[in-house]
Design a protein around this ligand. Structure first.
Ligand SMILES: [Zn+2]
Length: 620
């Protein structure tokens, strides 16, 4: 640990001395790929350092908008380093755990515990680096090796989703280098990106970036063109789509999101929208879903659905990612603004970046009538069980790279969204309706468009805008503290109560476990712990027949109706093994919360319902 700290301090000192903007010339070959591996080559000026014989080459631990260790280096193979005479050079690959980092202001930053991070210590006379990179997801597979919007997908001649951090590394020492990237690509694929792009010919593009941070914020999406462009308030938008089911979605998506973009550009994001913004959608056949925001684009990995259902499947997640332009991409802490890709700092305010953004996305869609009050209330009911978890939002946020705390990260969406709604109601109550949460964020936007706020002072500043000191009680109890939010009380203000529904479901289990996986042409089933032992197999077994029928893929539904004495065959260490089914009757009780309207609402409840949900109380 100590050595690394020293090296990084040295690196930072020399960064100040060497402020030249060298160019890193990169080549990535998307045309000649084997087994979904892309070859990468980097050429650069050797580092002339008097104090060190090595420089650190790294792949980002985390990128903006993600709050997790992305483990990008696990995708890198055959890493080789050369000098100017093309001689292969020795380098060291170090894996560090539990390390700390000294920030620019000499503050000691602790990065998460029990996370392994790999760095390459490269001789200073190195001039060239070559390696190949794996991707994180394959069409037809049920398994993803990462949260996909921050990872790469390479599908020969079909689609390349490129997040630069997962393919091109950088040197800690000159993070300001310009990147000139030559992309060798299959003919017929169009590259959607905000990066400056020069199309040389059908199979050659050159991309330019001012520095590594800039590169990371501008992913590229190469697909057969399914692209729709449009203009709103003089801003240019592009929707680029790849779908595994071959459906062209871009036009229908563009039409679906125009109203929310228009509304946001006149309100939440007024003055913040970039000249050009790209929405990049990947529709897969797996259930894993996610999306990631950048300042000038957003990336979506969603399940493919029928065109009639496309709007409802993309609308809320699109509103959420787009509104991130407000926070944390504009209104943000100095911890976020100064964060390093090789050592991410943490801010206390994920409740703002994610919780408030998510709540605003509902508000925006209620404004545009893209969603109904019941949609909002239904989602809040799903969030409700997480409100019961006694976790301090600021503490979780501060420690988010720590494995133990990272497990609680998803609370920023569930508990965070419902907390933002209650905060909105609290601000309204304390200011007698003069302010809403929206107004506070608009004031913060005015002040912090061009500079970050101080992390530790933010809550006080937020409260001072409302001129109501009493608001600190809400923050102390429910955002900094871990007291249970009185959700019932807040929802009652808009004439709603929550109701606990108990469902009893009786079903027959195969005792095999219920998780099904597609793996190419095979179906896998993940056995439960008991059977894991019995099967002696790996954690996932490939089912090769169901009662002797080898058409597993087309008959996989039969797995759910297996009876006593039926059997499946599966592969284990190259041998076919047989498993006789023993069934068990299982009864489960599920608790479900619902928000329902009260019987005799007061005029005030009706008024607040209309003000907060933008629909009349008697509408669903
Ligand atoms: Zn988000």
């Amino acid at each position: 640990m100590k050595n690394l700290i020293l090296l990084i301090i040295l690196a930072l000192i020399s960064l100040k001395i060497l402020s030249q903007n060298d160019t890193i010339f990169a080549t990535i070959d998307l045309k000649n790929i084997k087994n979904d591996r892309v070859n990468v080559e980097l050429n650069f000026k050797p580092h002339k350092l008097s104090h060190a014989k090595e420089v650190i080459f790294y792949f980002p631990i985390s990128i903006p908008g993600t709050y997790d260790d992305l483990e990008y280096s696990k995708y890198v193979n055959n890493f080789k380093v050369y000098n100017k005479n093309n001689d292969s050079l020795e380098y060291k690959k170090k894996t560090l755990k539990d390390w700390v980092f000294v920030a620019d202001n000499n503050e000691i930053i602790k990065i998460g515990k029990n996370r392994s991070k790999e760095y390459y210590y490269i001789p200073t006379n190195a001039k060239r680096i070559k390696y190949s990179v794996d991707d994180a997801y394959d069409i037809g597979s049920a398994i993803t090796r990462n949260f996909i919007p921050e990872a790469n997908i390479f599908e020969k001649n079909k689609v390349f989703q490129i997040n630069w951090g997962a393919i091109l590394g950088s040197f800690i020492i000159n993070n300001r280098s310009i990147y000139k990237i030559t992309v060798i690509k299959p003919n017929g694929l169009y590259g959607a990106t905000i990066l400056k792009k020069e199309v040389i010919n059908d199979t050659l593009d050159i991309l330019y970036s001012n520095n590594y941070d800039d590169l990371i914020s501008k992913p590229v999406f190469y697909t057969k063109p399914d692209t729709t462009t449009f203009t709103i308030n003089n801003y240019n938008f592009e929707v680029t789509v790849f779908s595994e089911n071959g459906i062209k979605y871009s036009n229908i998506i563009a039409n679906s999101i125009k109203p929310l973009i228009k509304e946001a550009s006149n309100t939440y994001l007024k003055g913040l929208i970039p000249e050009k913004y790209i929405f990049m959608y990947y529709f897969s056949n797996v259930l894993d879903e996610g999306a990631l925001e950048h300042t000038t684009s957003s990336m979506y990995f969603l399940s493919a659905v029928d065109t009639s259902a496309i709007k409802s499947s993309i609308i809320d997640v699109t509103a959420h990612e787009f509104l991130h332009i407000l926070t944390p991409l504009t209104v943000r802490s100095e911890k976020i603004a100064n964060s390093k890709l090789y050592a991410p700092y943490t801010s206390k305010h994920l409740w703002l970046y994610e919780g408030v953004t998510d709540y605003f996305s509902y508000q925006l869609l209620l404004q545009t009538k893209d969603i109904s009050p019941n949609w909002f209330l239904g989602d809040m009911a799903l969030n409700y069980k997480d409100v019961l978890k006694k976790v301090s939002m600021t503490k979780m946020s501060e420690n988010v790279y720590d494995k133990k705390w990272n497990k609680k990260y998803d609370l920023v969406y569930s508990k965070g969204t419902i907390t933002a709604f209650c905060l909105d109601l609290e601000i309204y109550k304390l200011t007698n309706g003069k302010y809403r949460l929206y107004d506070i964020l608009m004031k913060l936007k005015e002040k912090y468009t061009n500079k970050p706020f101080i992390d530790n002072k933010f809550i006080n500043e937020f409260i001072s805008i409302t001129h109501k000191k009493e608001l600190n009680v809400f923050f102390d109890k429910y955002i900094v503290g871990k007291e249970e939010l009185p959700v019932q009380q807040y929802f009652n203000k808009i004439g709603c109560n929550y109701k606990l529904q108990i469902d009893t479901i009786k079903y027959v289990s195969t005792e095999l476990g219920n998780d099904l996986f597609f793996d190419g042409s095979k179906i896998s089933i993940k056995p439960n712990k008991k059977h894991y032992k019995e099967l002696k197999g790996g954690k996932i077994i490939n089912v090769v027949s169901i009662n002797g029928d080898k058409n597993v893929l087309s008959n996989y539904n039969n797995l759910w109706s297996l009876k006593d004495g039926d059997y499946i065959e599966y592969m284990y260490k190259g041998e076919v093994e047989k498993l006789i089914i023993k069934t068990a009757n299982v009864t489960t009780i599920t608790k479900k919360y619902e928000f329902v309207k009260v019987n005799n609402p007061s005029e005030r409840q009706k008024k607040l319902f209309k003000e907060f949900l933008n629909y009349k109380y008697d509408m669903n």
